[in-house]
Design a protein around this ligand. Structure first.
Ligand code: ZN
Length: 311
């Protein structure tokens, strides 16, 4: 702990996982887009929903798909008393194994009823579709008691859905180390504070607490300059919170490093396109405080700013 205490702040890590679907799941998702549910015909002649990409016995690709109804019967269920963010409903509901008419194996999905008294094994349910299906499992919002309406008639065939984007999210409270806390407090004062290794005398910014080469604590504080030399870069091709923060669209070369002082930071402006400059380039750091997060009595964690080439 430092005299002032360490800093902490909420941190949200998220990225969009983009995957191509392959022929079987592409057909399944394309079906959902027109409100049609397709099952895969397995080697034993049974129909599974969603269709697996490969047969579990022969390991052959599943090539035959067969439409099944969007109505079916509950085989088993579990009540969800406290839904968490991202689940199909934001009020208590049931997850159920639902065997759709025409399928032999159940689909796991949500069933919207008001209480566990209103659901039972053997009960018939129907799919509630999204107003504008896009070709995702969430096109089926949930199931509800069947009622008297007939099964849904699929819409016209549309363009094939060949990929999906699955968002991955993690939110937690990030606790900065004592060394990092000093660094962040320095940013709030407009200073770049690093720490020097007593053995190799390298200065690390932000300070790491220990030298990764010599394995000894870095305790000497050093205020480094706001300019340096670009030594390495990489190209970032995937949009992220950081690229959005700086208002740039990938691909952008972003990592700038000065090994002498260990500076690394975003550099959206020093280059354009995919062509990094090959020779060392002087750059000036301009630390722009874009996000200041108050954390009670302990101060603030300030996000790093951006860099421009030195003129
Ligand atoms: Zn060292």
């Amino acid at each position: 702990m430092t005299e002032l205490g360490t800093l902490h702040a909420p941190l949200k890590v998220e990225f969009d996982y983009t995957r191509s679907l392959g022929p079987t799941l592409s057909a399944f998702m394309t079906g959902l887009k027109r409100r049609q549910i397709l099952g895969g015909v397995l080697s034993d002649g049974t129909v599974a929903v969603p269709p697996p990409e490969y047969d579990g016995r022969t390991f052959d690709p599943i090539t035959e798909l067969r439409p099944v109804a969007d109505v079916g019967v509950i085989q088993s269920w579990a009540w969800v008393r406290e839904p968490v963010p991202g689940q199909p409903l934001d009020k208590p509901f049931a997850f159920a194994q639902i065997k759709l008419d025409g399928a032999d194996r159940p689909l796991l999905h949500a069933v919207a009823v008001e209480s566990p008294d209103q659901i039972e094994t053997g009960m018939r349910v129907r799919a509630v579709w999204a107003d504008e299906p896009v070709g995702a499992i969430t096109d089926i919002r949930w199931f509800e008691p069947e009622g008297s309406r007939p099964a849904t008639t699929p819409g016209p065939e549309g363009e094939a859905v060949e990929g999906i984007i699955a968002p991955v999210k993690l939110s937690y409270d990030y606790a900065a180390s004592p060394e990092e806390s000093k660094f962040f407090r320095g940013l709030a004062d407009g200073k770049l504070i690093g720490q020097r290794c007593p053995v190799c005398e390298k200065v690390y910014v932000p300070p790491r607490g220990a030298c990764p080469v010599d394995g000894v604590p870095t305790t000497d504080e050093v205020e480094v300059a706001d300019h340096g030399t670009i030594t390495t870069i990489c190209i970032v091709n995937v949009p992220s919170d950081a690229t959005r923060t700086f208002g740039v669209t990938p691909p952008v070369p972003v990592r700038v490093s000065n090994t002498r002082v260990g500076v690394s930071a975003w550099n959206p402006a020093a280059f354009t396109g995919n062509q990094p400059t090959t020779s060392p380039v002087r750059f000036a750091l301009a630390w722009v405080y874009r996000h200041t997060v108050p954390v009670g009595e302990t101060g603030a964690i300030t996000r790093l700013g951006t860099i421009w080439p030195a003129t």
